[in-house]
Design a protein around this ligand. Structure first.
Ligand SMILES: [Zn+2]
Length: 120
């Protein structure tokens, strides 16, 4: 579900899962390291938090790689990353849930068809 690496404006960022990512000494769900080109994500997050955190850090990396980070206040960068990532996570969660429902429906139809075949 989460790639091992992602290309952000020509830079390859490694995505690593760790037990306790920290930012400025505080525990967090994720952090991106601009110089090391890595995105660190906390192990064990639920689907929506994992996707949201992954994109949150990606948006920070986009800010860094495009130079946006240098011209906006940290609070603006944080708000932008937070809101955009939540929007993307909700959208992907809906797609994921819809796909799950479709799969379950297909399974039910297959089961019913098997039952009908046996009954004949
Ligand atoms: Zn952030």
């Amino acid at each position: 579900m989460i790639p091992r690496s992602i290309n952000i404006f020509g830079e390859k960022y490694k995505v690593i899962m760790t037990d306790n990512p920290t930012y400025d000494g505080d525990d967090c769900y994720g952090v991106f390291h601009a110089l090391e080109k890595t995105i660190e994500l906390k192990k064990g997050l639920d689907f929506e938090n994992l996707i949201s955190t992954f994109f949150h850090e990606c948006f920070h990396a986009v800010s860094y790689e495009t130079g946006i980070q240098r011209i906006v206040a940290n609070e603006v960068d944080e708000l932008y990353a937070d809101n955009c990532s939540k929007m993307v996570a909700k959208y992907l969660k809906k797609i994921f849930e819809d796909n799950q429902k479709k799969k379950e429906k297909k399974k039910k139809v297959k089961k019913n068809n098997k039952k009908l075949d046996k009954a004949e």
